[in-house]
Write a protein that binds this ligand. Structure first.
Ligand SMILES: NC(=O)c1ccc[n+]([C@@H]2O[C@H](COP(=O)([O-])OP(=O)(O)OC[C@H]3O[C@@H](n4cnc5c(N)ncnc54)[C@H](O)[C@@H]3O)[C@@H](O)[C@H]2O)c1
Length: 259
């Protein structure tokens, strides 16, 4: 028998009492992950630029029975991300994990007509929003000697999905900073990973992209934000992933296997 206790082992796989920020948790995948992590006992910081949806998720998390802090924040503005982390520290005294899920979208464009505004919006909300949030939590996680960062990528970026040029560029840059931070911050006890999910929102159902996914996905179904994506986000916020860093988790029912 090793010296590891049953209590230590259970704690390793738990997010109970962890303080976790979820950006873009007003709806969709972020909201599902917030529900999952709250039901698993974490305190949740619900961050979104849509104040009404942010308040809705915050109330839902509170109704689950764990502490919640709602923060209105625009990830395209560095100051609001810094204020989000400051508010988290003020309320909870620490930040254990951040899930950089929010992304501002623009209509799809083929490469021939992608314009600067498209690239800037995806880049600012995706890459800079993720980078600034990582920089804001870093000193707190480094001081604690423990931290979990979960960024959001996309299979579209990996396979070069047509029509998604500006989006793909930002999602692949997010994977690049995920790997680099994993190397730089591993020594601080901070692990940095990415999730590439498949949990299409209702507005996408029936689209060409959605039909293609349903045709190729081995599991033959869309992902559930709370159970399918939330379950992996949970793992990536625990101590169970303590030796896993710099990776992209394809949480897509095996769809990436066709690529
Ligand atoms: N849903 C999928 O199948 C899928 C597939 C691949 C990747 N992703 C990625 O997963 C993440 C979540 O996707 P989703 O489908 O839930 O998106 P969504 O559009 O349904 O939700 C995004 C949330 O982020 C918020 N948001 C947008 N811009 C913001 C900003 N500038 N500041 C603060 N909040 C902002 C929105 O208000 C919304 O609540 C994204 O990073 C997306 O690129 C999703």
């Amino acid at each position: 028998m090793s010296d590891v206790t049953i209590e230590q082992t259970r704690r390793m796989h738990s997010v109970e009492d962890r303080v976790i920020i979820v950006t873009g948790s007003g709806q969709g995948v972020g909201r599902g992950m917030a529900h999952h992590l709250a039901k698993a006992g974490a305190s949740i910081v619900v961050a979104d630029w849509n104040a009404e949806k942010m308040r809705r998720t915050t109330a839902e998390v509170e109704a689950i029975g764990v502490p919640a802090l709602g923060v209105e924040c625009n990830i395209m503005e560095r100051e609001t991300l810094e204020a989000m982390v400051a508010a988290t520290i003020e309320r909870f005294g620490r930040v254990d994990a951040i899930i950089n899920n929010a992304q501002t979208f623009r209509p799809n464009q083929p490469i021939a007509t992608v314009d600067t505004d498209d690239v800037e919006t995806f880049y600012r909300s995706g890459v800079l929003g993720t980078l600034w949030a990582m920089q804001a939590v870093y000193p707190h996680m480094k001081a604690a000697g423990w931290g979990r960062i979960v960024n959001f990528a996309s299979s579209m970026g990996i396979v070069g999905g047509a029509g998604f040029g500006a989006y793909n560029a930002s999602k692949e840059a997010i994977r690049a900073i995920t790997r680099t931070a994993a190397r730089e911050w591993g020594i601080d006890g901070i692990v940095v990973n990415a999730i590439a999910p498949a949990a299409a929102p209702p507005r996408a159902v029936g689209s060409e992209h959605y039909e293609e996914f349903m045709r190729t996905c081995p599991m033959g179904r869309n992902g559930d934000p709370e159970l399918d994506i939330g379950g992996v986000a949970h793992y990536l916020c625990t101590d169970g992933c303590r030796f896993v860093t710099g990776h992209t988790f394809m949480v897509d029912g095996g769809n990436f296997l066709w690529a």
